[in-house]
Design a protein around this ligand. Sequence first.
Ligand code: AMP
Ligand code: GLY
Length: 423
Amino acid sequence: MDILIVGSGGREHAIAEAVRKSPAAGRIYCAPGNAGIGLIAECVPIGAMEFDKLVDFSKEKGIGLVIVGMDDPLVGGLVDEFEKAGIPAFGPRKNAAILEGSKAFSKDLMKKYGIPTAAYETFDNAGEALSYLETAPYPIVLKADGLALGKGVLICNTFEEAKDGVDEIMTKKKFGDAGNRLVIEEFMTGREVSVLSFTDGKTILPMTSAQDHKRAGDGDTGLNTGGMGTFSPSPFYTKEIDEFCREKIFQPTVDAMRKEGREFKGVIFFGLMLTKDGPKVLEYNARFGDPEAQVVLPRMKNDLLEVAKACIDGTLDRVDLQFEDNAAVCVVLASDGYPVSYEKGFPISGLERFDEAEGYYCFHAGTKKAGDKIVTNGGRVLGITAKGATLKEARANAYKATEWVEFENKYMRHDIGKAIDEA
Ligand code: AMP
Ligand code: GLY
């Protein structure tokens, strides 16, 4: 069966790597892909939002399964377009991807079905949001309703900060229409954990847990980024917490979506905060996380294509999802200056040192081919993943492997997975 993967980041590289291991995989295409994906799949110069071209290409090539990695095309309804053309596609339809596409929708869903999350109010109007903020408790959290490249969440310590936030999001429309509505949410404290899960709309199978590091600098300082590194599993996600989440969060979410006539098939990513009052949902995503996929998929024992097919066919109850009893750490190598401004086009050396069989992976994010070289082409350039018997070993291995690769302006955090020392 020939496969098309839609997307171009480290997550899509990890998906391609997992697909490649499947005996059922024929040719693997990726649109638009990147230089690293191009080493194991055929990159196709079609953008993730060019729905007609993606469908035409898939018809022409007789694609047997499409895997959509990114949020924008899912929220925009790409899976529906493939379905209309009779091509199986892994991921939620538009009416289900709204779980990620609208924070107001997801908050209302959680409230209606009693799924634990932070208290909130929704506003369509900047004036009303401001009067609410005048007497609200601080810190407080502002969230643009729609997709905002992971940057639509502001934690405000004072009314002044919140006022500026409302101005940026709702008045100046920094994130475009994503800021037409604003969710104002109670500030929660605790450890964060990401749990990705497969679902066919009825059955939900959680994958192993992971934790991301969103801030740019060591010690969780600096600006929010797409993610600077991950580790898996999270030692803070205990068996008791897992049982609670399965019963009170995971299954209720899938059931709620079905009851709303929005059956969700694909990956639900639960962003959780482990508060002193128990686990609560910070956010839902409708896809694999990036860079969570880079530590979760390399540890998965199952054939990704089989699991994806079971989600589409509604037979996930027959799948026994299993992960290796080890750990993985991913350290993102970025271009200095990310996420604000950075240079591109520097040649990358050392890429050939990585051997998956030894538990080392170099997932490409912002790279491209320039002649016979591979050069930097984005803020997040590579995700260096290593496995180990324990998290500490995986972390030591990952940091060792970050030294194998060189490019000008290489930047990374030095404390990915450091939190595990406290576990
Ligand atoms: P999100 O895009 O919803 O995951 O938000 C980005 C980050 O903002 C999360 O990973 C948290 O660190 C933080 N955050 C979001 N909502 C809250 C909240 N209610 N309380 C505290 N921190 C939050
Ligand atoms: N790593 C967070 C995300 O993929 O949204």
